[in-house]
Design a protein around this ligand. Structure first.
Ligand SMILES: NC(=O)c1ccc[n+]([C@@H]2O[C@H](COP(=O)([O-])OP(=O)(O)OC[C@H]3O[C@@H](n4cnc5c(N)ncnc54)[C@H](O)[C@@H]3O)[C@@H](O)[C@H]2O)c1
Length: 255
């Protein structure tokens, strides 16, 4: 059976991805710093749960050793583990916070790609999808998160070229504002307005974790067999609609 490792699989987009890949017939290895959450999702997909802290190189290498010990080089790696940051000025962003976001969102994703991708390349096949963000594609007041996600896109392109001849495809997905637990909590607490977030996108709404997961599953599948090195936005048109604000916003529905 084909194996898919989903980091950050205990919640949100990672959990939805585990469910989508299960539908596609994969054995799911749910890896997360939240082990209880990982166990819960593993129960849902009849998979395995593992503790993983992507900010710790040893923890990643332990996971790789465990997965591969039975000669099980995974067919798919999805890098969903990530954290967000507060939208503050550089002066108000403690360097420790910058380091933590960068360590998890960029360095952790890099090491997971390096460790699993090298084994996949030796095996002559594999597909990696990393979760970047629209925040890495536009100017936003997220001085650690935005550049870290832009780095994930650059790294994806490099690794796609690195391992293309070895049969490993490497792609990224950039979600827009997605109704996963951190965004839902921000809306509930009043820190974010759902209407304001939705109004910025061409389609006038947020994205669901399932919509991101379905795109990831497509990129992992043979239907995407000639696609490598891309960064596919799943953003309900946030990237294209922003500049329309200068002209009073996107057109209202005509139906
Ligand atoms: N929700 C959005 O609007 C949105 C938009 C763009 C990109 N993203 C990205 O999507 C990914 C998933 O986010 P989500 O919205 O589902 O959030 P989430 O909080 O629901 O899921 C993130 C998961 O990552 C895990 N995690 C955090 N630090 C970790 C670490 N050091 N090691 C291992 N696991 C760790 C968490 O325990 C959690 O299970 C993240 O990379 C995030 O940056 C989210």
């Amino acid at each position: 059976m084909k194996i898919a490792v989903v980091t950050g699989g205990a919640s949100g987009i990672g959990r939805a991805t585990a469910l989508a890949l299960k539908q596609d017939g994969y054995m799911i290895w749910v890896a997360d710093v939240n082990l209880e959450g990982a166990k819960s999702v593993a129960g849902e997909v009849e998979g395995e749960a593992f503790y993983l802290d992507v900010s710790d190189e040893i923890s990643i290498q332990d996971l790789v050793g465990t997965v591969i010990s039975g000669n099980n080089v995974p067919h798919v790696l999805v890098n969903c583990a990530g954290i967000i940051q507060a939208a503050v000025s550089p002066a108000d962003l403690p360097q420790d916070d910058w380091d933590r976001v960068t360590n998890i969102d960029w360095r952790g994703t890099y090491i997971c790609c390096r460790e699993f991708g090298t084994k996949m390349a030796e095996a002559g096949r594999g597909s990696i999808v990393s979760i970047a963000s629209i925040a890495g594609m536009r100017s936003v007041p997220l001085h650690a998160y935005g550049p870290a996600k832009a780095a994930v896109v650059a790294m994806t392109q490099n690794m796609a070229s690195e391992w293309g001849r070895s049969g490993v495809r490497v792609n990224a997905v950039s979600p827009g504002f997605t109704l996963s637990p951190p965004i839902i909590e921000a809306i509930k607490s009043g820190a974010r307005s759902e209407a304001a977030l939705a109004s910025q996108s061409a389609m006038g709404r947020l994205v669901t974790p399932e919509e991101v997961a379905n795109t990831i599953a497509f990129l992992c599948s043979d239907k995407a067999s000639a696609i490598t090195g891309v960064n596919l936005p799943v953003d309900a048109g946030w990237l294209v609609a922003g500049s329309w604000e200068t002209y009073g916003g996107v057109r209202a529905s005509t139906s």
